[in-house]
Design a protein around this ligand. Sequence first.
Ligand code: M6R
Length: 596
Amino acid sequence: MCGIFGIVTDKEKILGPILIEAAQRLTYRGYDSVGAATLKDNGEIDLRKDVGRVEAVSSKYNFSEMVGRRGITQLRWATFGAPSQVNSQPHLDSDGDLVGAHNGNVVNNFELRQQFIEEGLTVRSQNDGETCVHAVERYLKRGYEFIDAIRLAYGDLEGDYAFVIGRVKEDCLYAIKKGSGLVVGIGEDFTCLSSDLPSILPLTRTIIRPQDGEIITLWADRVELRSVKDGKLIQRAPELVTESMDAVQKGGYPHFMLKEIHEQPLVARELLHLLEGSQDVDNVLQQIKNARQFYLAGCGTSYHACLAGSVYFSQLAGKASIPVLAPQFIPQYAPAVDHQDVGLFVSQSGETKDVLNALQTAEKNGMTCLGLANVIGSTLTRTTSFCLPLCCGYEISVPATKTFTNQVITFLYLATRLGGGDTRQLEMIPDLMEQTIQMVAPQIESIAKSINTWNDMYTLGYGGTYPIALEGALKLKEITYAHCEGMLSTEFKHGPLSAVSDGYPVIFISGPQDVPLIVSGINEVTCRGARAIAIGEEDARLRANASDLVLIPKSTPQIAPLLAVIPLQLLSYHMSLLRGYDPDFPRNLSKTLTVD
Ligand code: M6R
């Protein structure tokens, strides 16, 4: 998700240590490259950057000796474009008079770079942070004042980002916010800004929170906010931050899991923007289309996303695919694959040994291997012929939440495109996710209390909601330590029905088109005394037959499963707390499983 930090001081001094510490405090967001730039009084820009950890890059390039009156540091989390020194940020303009860095994604990066090249600007990298610098440079060269150049650049730059830029022979930094986080800090003899509070709080607790569409100018002794629309000044009183650093890192949430659940709409929006602007999706779709057999392989939560993807590819594109638990790929399918087949290997960490083993075998057999991963630079991203990014930033909590929903959205997007459908209808997903969180939160907390004494339960789904039943059960097992089994709803009568007793919790996840089938399942268990908790859209049949109905907003048969997982994530979270466990770090488990 990248991170930026900028500081303006009242006199030239050693800024290196401040920049290093600020970068270190943003590392939780995830990154693969680090850079820093200082603007000196003599008109020089000192720029140092490379791929690697903050400690390694800053010591290799001696960041600590960097001097200036103004400084910028950036952590890059590569999405498209390899992690490399030239793609690392900050970036210079053509003449070396401007230096800037961004956080976020400029989705029309490719088109803008072409325009800059045609206009004679010097474009050195593929990175969209450089595009932000040239977007301003182009208007400065045409004679516009700095604020107006930023306003015009804002009109050209599509996507969500926050951006900081400085010019030699000035005493200020400029920034703009559009969809990505940005906070301003005000100190005694300096001002600063950052993607997030952890890098500001060690310096000052007096802050201003700019809104989207606002341009910020920082001088050592003052801050000015202007509207990007008309350039007019905006008055905003500074506020005092009183929370602890720990609370701040969790974004004010008590646990990373809850923070990450709430981040789902934001990362979904960023992912959809990125996919829409990507040149590489066509290439991936072509390979999928031409595949004799198309395999989707992953473990745990990532496997459940593969199951959901397989439903979408069939329903929306008429393309059959084979979802498989990665280790089972080796004995079951590897003997039958060759160069005509395509495998998409899915992993949040990109380091799960079970997935990498399957990938290695598939490659040996000549299969075309694609990847879908969150951690860019991981083994999966380096060893597949092409790897799509999940754009979630760090997922710290062991239970996967936002990476699951972005995996499912990626599949939904690819399947929609493969089937010739209109991907614009997917743009409603982030808002629907936000609504879902609002709608279900209080009811789920009360259901958690009422079923918390049970150590055994079932989650049942059908069609598109079957993978969600499996995922909900995994979340419940993982952090409540209770037994919970996810199943196809129609299978329940073939055995597990005998477990039902008075009050026994059975959770049904209903897609909008599967209500009649789900209602028969509900009646099978309620007539034996079970408590049937239904998750679905408003429907009189569900309301009349289920013991509880957890409502999700109306959407489509393909989007509904994506929303239905949210109440299950929240249910597992609350039950874990009620049992006195830490949902972020469940016993016996680790976030990345690098063993067989
Ligand atoms: O990093 P991966 O996606 O490859 O991890 C696979 C599983 O270990 C992971 O999804 C696990 O099931 C989650 N902790 C579940 O929340």
